[in-house]
Structures are given as C-alpha cells and as structure tokens.
Design a protein around this ligand. Structure first.
Ligand code: ATP
Ligand code: MG
Length: 224
C-alpha cells in the first residue's frame, strides 16, 4: 500500500574482507500509511542501515522488504533505482546536494528523473517548494553559498519534489542550530500533515517528541 513499509525478518550483513558484521538481525516491523515515526537507538544500532533498506538504496542479505506495496527485494538494480525516484524522498544527514547545481536545479532534478510532474510545471513547483522551506529568495545560490540549515531545507524541498508518498530522513537536524532545527522539525511534521508517511532517525529529544510512534532499535534488533 502507498506510504507503507513492511520488513519481514530482515538481516543485513556487511562484509569487510573476512569480517562479517550483522547490522540488522531479524527486523520485522510495519509502518502504515500516514504515520509519523521516529526510529531511535544508540550509535551503530542500525538506523541508517534501516533507512537505506526502506529507501531501496541497499538490499537485505536475508528477508523481505516491501515498501508502498512493492517487494523491493525482487527488483533488479535498475528497476529499484527507477522505483526509488517515484516512491521515496530521502533526506540525508549531510544533505548530499549536487554542488554544481543551484538550489532550484537541485529541487528540479528529482522531477526530471521521475518524469513527474510534467515539464512545464517543474520550475513553478520547485519554486513553491523552496517557498515552503523559506528558501525561495536563495533559489539561484549554489550549495556552497548556503549555510548547513539552508542546505538541509533545500534537501527537504528536494525530497518532496517528485511527490513521493514516503519521506525518510536520517538525523535531519544533526548539524543544525536551534532556529534551523525548529524549521526542519516543522517541515517534517507539515509533510506528514500533507498526507505523507514520514520516518526519521534522530538523537534529538525535541524531534523525537513529535513522533506519533517510536520504534526502538538496539544492536540491529527492534526492542519494545
Ligand atoms: N558499509 C559498511 N560496511 C561495514 N560495516 C558497516 C557498513 N555500514 C554500517 N556498518 C556497521 O553496521 C552497524 C550499523 O550502522 P548504522 O550506520 O546503520 O548505525 P546507526 O544506528 O545509523 O548509527 P549512528 O547513530 O552513529 O548514525 C555499525 O556497527 C556499522 O559499523
Ligand atoms: Mg546513522
């Protein structure tokens, strides 16, 4: 179903040479459409790994990952990349904007890749999204000309660009001052009000307190 995440006994084992490290150890969890969820856990517990699997950036070593009703463990790499463009918006801890593109162009890029919305609407929609995150007046700046908080707001606009039903955010306030932190929190809550399923990881109590539900992870396992 649109905006849902289902993990069924998911294992992710990273291999470095001869050493194996199980980052997720049998995770089963369900996120329903429209939920606002915080994924909490200590450093190294598997939060980023969870985001990468739910977002189709990585595939599990074992188990099934079904997102928006699509079993991404059955997709090939190309299919998964195409799926991702329409199905999920990801906000990374370190923004990951493309340095050679302006804020406006960064927000338009997912629309071009997804082929949605139609071409004549893309610029207007990107400007609307930049307006939503309070960055319209800096639409023509490059990432290097923006503060961390400004870059993160552009990254949120980009995550919303192709209008995906699911937003995943990995410690989206980790590198921000109080003012920008508040704005980013408000934007994630607003995205959820717009009907999107929003799942974020955080170490920040204020951001954690906004969630409707908390999922806790320790040593790669979900705990109650
Ligand atoms: N590419 C990789 N190769 C090997 N081990 C990895 C890799 N990525 C993550 N790990 C290991 O998997 C475990 C989980 O990592 P993950 O990044 O998911 O943790 P996290 O909960 O996001 O931590 P943090 O709060 O510090 O961001 C860690 O022990 C980490 O060292
Ligand atoms: Mg992490």
């Amino acid at each position: 179903m649109t905006g849902s995440i289902v993990f069924e006994d998911v294992w992710k084992v990273y291999r470095q040479g001869r050493v194996e490290y199980p980052a997720l150890r049998g995770v089963s969890v369900e996120v329903r459409p429209g939920e606002l969820i915080a994924l909490l856990g200590p450093s190294g517990s598997g939060k980023t790994t969870f985001i990468y699997l739910a977002g189709g950036i990585e595939t599990p070593t074992r188990g099934r990952v079904v997102v928006n009703g699509h079993d991404i463990t059955r997709m090939g790499e190309g299919e998964r990349a195409r799926w991702r463009r329409r199905n999920v918006g990801i906000v990374f801890q370190f923004f990951h904007l493309i340095p050679s593109l302006t804020a406006l162009e960064n927000v338009m890029l997912p629309m071009i890749l997804a082929g949605h919305p139609p071409k004549p609407e893309r610029r207007r929609r990107a400007l609307e999204l930049l307006d939503l995150v309070g960055m319209r007046d800096k639409a023509d700046k490059f990432p290097s000309q923006l503060s961390g908080g400004e870059q993160q707001r552009v990254a949120i606009a980009r995550a919303l660009a192709a209008d995906p039903p699911l937003i995943l955010a990995d410690e989206p306030t980790a590198n921000l001052d109080t003012e920008n932190k508040r704005r980013v929190i408000d934007l994630l809550v607003e995205a959820n009000r717009m009907g999107k399923t929003v799942l974020y990881t955080t170490h920040d109590p204020e951001l954690a307190s906004k969630a409707q539900r908390v999922i806790k992870i320790v040593d790669g396992r979900i705990v109650d």
